[in-house]
Design a protein around this ligand. Sequence first.
Ligand code: PHE
Length: 477
Amino acid sequence: MADLTLNEKRLLVALAPRGRAGAVALAEALETSEEAVVQYAHLCADRGLAAIERTVTKTYTLTPEGEEYRRSGLPERQMLEQIGEGIPMKDLQALPLSRIGIGWLRKKGWITIKNGVAQTIGEVPPGDDEIALAAPREGMPGIPDLLKRNLVVEAEEAAYTIAITPAGAALVASGLDLREETGTLTRDQILSGSWRTANLRRYSLQTPPKRIYPGKSHPYQRIIDEVKRILMDMGFVEMRGDIALSAFWDFDALFQPQDHPAREMQDTFYLDRTEPLPAGWEGVRDMHEHGGSTSSIGWGGVWEAAKAEQCVLRTHTTPLSVKYLIENPKPPVKAFALGRVYRREAIDPTHLPEFEQLEGIVMDEDVTFRHLLGYLREFYHRMGFENVRFRPGYFPYTEPSVEPEVWVDGLGWVELGGAGVFREEVTAPWGIEAPVLAWGLGISRVGMLKLGLKDLRQLYRSDIDWIRESPVIGEGE
Ligand SMILES: N[C@@H](Cc1ccccc1)C(=O)O
């Protein structure tokens, strides 16, 4: 029994001659608290050296009202003493305490009422309630009534009795080392060599340690970091940009017609501000109106600068790609952005008005649609999604376009965004000539799936228990 500490040994030694004793008495003998004794006893009990018995006693304290009645008698008793043999009801009602007393007098059958006169039944010995009120103790028959009348309150008190087991007694009989224990060695003890003779406290390998929760980032942030890491591993550089930008960048530069439904107020958050059009905007206007100098015929109609100048909260991260390509028009380009986007969605378990998108572009002399599918498949594989498939899609800025889907057990195919090859209508106004593969993928959905959540909103919670218990994802941690 090397792993008993001095405290448990002392408890056993104190217990041995008595066999069994109350924790309070033991605490006195060991000059410690009752709680400490119970704690040591539990450690002994775990090793089969002692047994603990817990008895709960109920105690009763009088309420102020109960205290008063204990002194002067219950209202019905006080009244009974005043009425004598008989009393007209209205005189009875005029007596002090009558509001409480009359009801009880009748209920207990101490009076009967005939023709407006209350008649007593003579002397009544104290009832169970009165006996209990004098000195309430557990088990008295009058207690429930006193509780109901709110004259006493009940409390529970636990008392512990500890008994030594034969194994415990044998251990004590075999002699226990009761020298002071050393928990942590000091420098002096090491230098002087006195550690050799010190009674070192042993480690208990059976006792489960207290759980500790070191600081860690939010589970969703971990996934975002993981996604960024994967893209960087795949050779992409990160692009960043503003959350608020003009509709020119969010829509027009992406060849989204000015009457496109996604541009409506009910789908997009418009800001009360405008931004001047950037240099080169005329190319975008021409593209919309007639296809510029390409073979495209554009959307036709008149392109309005005022609509393009309106600022919006970005509805996707794709404008970052166009801006980045304008600054880096020569291949090769491999860039990604992971950021928040905003749409006027009604909130439900799978829709939020703000969420994260992963945007990516690959521009090179001879990249094709097949490379695009390869990149997407590779990305999802690295994210842990084995099965990826592509369905034809439509976006005003890509041709061909696809919607990648991943298979999730229990959910089936889950759609995760869009992708395609940028149309000439997007790239030509800026003199970009090499093909550009592009995608915009919902990352909050991925986060939800990877964290096993059923509701997108849970991603943005800061529920501390959830965060504490959430597993650490990603490598290198
Ligand atoms: N921007 C699109 C996704 C997309 C990006 C790039 C190319 C094609 C599609 C969306 O929000 O859903």
